[in-house]
Design a protein around this ligand. Structure first.
Ligand code: DP6
Length: 353
């Protein structure tokens, strides 16, 4: 007997960043955050799961290589979270497996195969797509029933904080919550993906290398040492959240873009204020920042906005009217590397949202 399912989940790019945990074990943040979930086929995680009593143990293959599940607390936490809300399953032959048996890891075990369609751990939010996808696909095979709305996002959050926001499309807020057990730290959709079809995103892959400082370690040092981060969480984020949600709802790009760029800059300023400092952006990242500001100056208003996560890659939000010109400007400043045979290899496009 077995149950199987396959899902894919997109990555999301925060415009008000999550940086800093008040509880490292539960991934509880020091501030709420908000992001746009991308819809690009290029930036997805895809995961298949089969559960069966025939398997000896839970196993996981990530991008073709087996990972030791017993060593990954995050995977175990997500598995346990879903097993706790399993429901009775009817198999193909009509047998009913009671929830208690299905959810008992000494009886039914999971084999999980997952792959990212983009560089892992290069600051392109691969963990966001990965854990969102894992949560979704496990929920399917175990017939998980959310005890409260958005409860699946709180399970994904324990895999990776940003994953909580990838279970929904469109514009998504992760509420920091106040409860010590994390029960009110979940994500919810603010606006659907079709609310702002004019919004486009250009992902500039500056480097596909693994980042030097992982998010979790970086956040811990920042919380311990950065006064700017403490100020940000106490006084900056909340008003920015209200303002950017209003801008997104009103499809007001200049306001949305200005807040997005300022928030990215403040996040990286907090990294610089961390002691010892953390540098995620490199010289190419900085040239892209200058290029976007010049592009906006030429247009006399904000028509493009960059944001950088924990890595040097730029994500540029813009609108359809400006996408082609912006892409041409980026390509003029950063000619196609000789290693790539054609422009089609250098630039791949897909609908943004
Ligand atoms: C800069 O969600 O990867 O991308 O919770 O430790 O897994 P963990 O961290 P992670 O951190 C993402 C940080 C960020 C900002 C954001 O996505 O909000």
């Amino acid at each position: 007997p077995f149950v199987t399912a396959t899902f894919s989940a997109p990555t999301n790019i925060a415009v008000i960043k999550y940086w800093g945990k008040r509880d490292v074990k539960l991934n509880l943040p020091i501030n709420s955050s908000v992001s746009v979930t991308l819809n690009q086929d290029d930036l997805r995680a895809m995961t298949s799961v089969m559960i069966s009593p025939a398997f000896e143990k839970d196993r996981l293959w990530l991008n073709g290589e087996e990972e030791d599940v017993s060593k990954s607390k995050r995977i175990q936490t997500v598995l346990a979270g879903i097993r706790a809300i399993a429901t009775d399953r009817t198999l193909a032959d009509g047998t009913v497996v009671p929830a208690a048996e299905l959810a008992d890891p000494s009886k039914w075990r999971a084999h999980i195969v997952s792959a990212n369609s983009f560089p892992t751990a290069a600051g392109l939010a691969s963990s966001a797509a990965g854990y969102a996808c894992l949560t979704r696909v496990l929920a399917e095979v175990y017939g998980a029933a959310e005890p409260t709305p958005n409860a699946l996002t709180a399970i994904a959050r324990q895999g990776s904080g940003s994953a909580s926001r990838s279970l929904y499309g469109g514009f998504v807020r992760w509420n920091m919550g106040a409860a010590a057990d994390g029960s009110d730290s979940f994500a919810e959709q603010v606006a659907t993906a079709d609310h702002w079809p004019d919004l486009e995103v250009i992902v500039c892959v500056v480097s596909a290398d693994k980042k030097e400082t992982g998010s979790t370690a970086g956040m811990t040092t920042s919380v311990e040492t950065s006064e700017l981060l403490a100020h940000r969480a106490a006084a900056v984020v909340e008003p920015r959240l209200s303002a950017i949600e209003a801008a997104y709802t009103a499809r007001d790009f200049p306001t949305f873009g200005a807040i997005t760029m300022r928030d990215s800059n403040q996040f990286h300023a907090c990294c610089l204020d961390t002691f010892p400092p953390i540098f995620y952006m490199n010289d190419v990242s900085k040239r892209l920042i200058a290029l976007v500001h010049r592009f906006n100056a030429k247009h006399g208003s904000i028509v493009a906005a960059y944001t950088f996560d924990a890595g040097p890659n730029a994500v540029i939000y813009t609108t359809k009217a400006h996408t082609a010109a912006l892409l041409a400007t980026v390509m003029a400043h950063f000619p196609r590397p000789a290693a790539l045979a054609s422009d089609a290899e250098y630039v791949s496009s897909a609908p943004a949202l």
